[in-house]
Ligand binder design. Structure first.
Ligand code: SF4
Length: 85
């Protein structure tokens, strides 16, 4: 299982989540070339260790544990995975 970043991140890309993630599985980071063009940030589904640290760090409540992803944002489960494929 993994955590999923959903629609509220689009256009925000705050990166507070990146700063608290202990395994660096949220990308693109501000220091990566892809950051400027990215609409939002994405969690690597296989590298996330389900610690939950990113959830309270997000200022726009964009992050959910997989099983609790709001139905209206279910497409973001695939969007997060696709970023890394
Ligand atoms: Fe990183 Fe933990 Fe959030 Fe997974 S749940 S993206 S490991 S901070």
């Amino acid at each position: 299982m993994a955590y999923i970043i959903c629609e509220p991140c689009i256009g925000v890309k705050d990166t507070a989540c990146v700063d608290v993630c202990p395994v660096d599985c949220i990308h693109p980071r501000k220091d990566e070339a892809a950051f400027a063009a990215a609409d939002m940030l994405y969690i690597h589904p296989d590298e996330c260790i389900d610690c939950g640290a990113c959830v309270p760090a997000c200022p726009v409540a964009a992050i959910f544990v997989l099983d609790e992803t709001p139905r209206k944002w279910e497409a973001f489960i695939a969007k997060n995975r696709e970023y890394y494929s």
